[in-house]
Design a protein around this ligand. Sequence first.
Ligand SMILES: [Zn+2]
Length: 198
Amino acid sequence: MGCDGGSIPKRDELVKQKQRKAKVDQNILNRVHWFSCALSKKPLSSPVVSCGLGKLYNRDAILEFLLDRKAYGDGDLICKHIKSLKDVVTLQLEHNPSFSEAQSASLTNHDQEPVSRFICPITMKEMNGKHRFVYLDTCGCVMSEQAMKEVPSKTCIKCTKPYEAINVIVLNPKAEELEAMELTLVEKQARIAAERKC
Ligand SMILES: [Zn+2]
């Protein structure tokens, strides 16, 4: 015999390897998008703001960027659309009671799943990239998309301020949603500019 060396991986083994790699890649992306500021890349910490494209930033990084647009090398690539503080909304985030600063250190440990500082105030789901989250640009309240769908309302479920569909911004949208959000943003900015002129 001697030819059963087993060094050639079987197909299902290869599929498993591929799935593992895809999971690792997704975990890395989640850490980048849901745990760190899109601009400074530092861990997200309150006050956190978001723009019309649903990116998450630390407010102090945006302030620094507005004072010096070259403060972060790739700032103009990431948030060219932010011209003033009026282009961002301070998010009203629900703090996760199970989060501790010690867990925040686990961000650097790539084997461990990080614990998010923030949760949905309705479903209590963690804002860790596994569930879709939205915010309202009228009040800044953040919740899971599931909560918003399950409790349909014309007022914010958290603070009761009225809103319309156009005020719902998806956080960290999928690549295919981004184009539509960019168009909406351009239209919104044009409308605000026109209103200012009146
Ligand atoms: Zn609200």
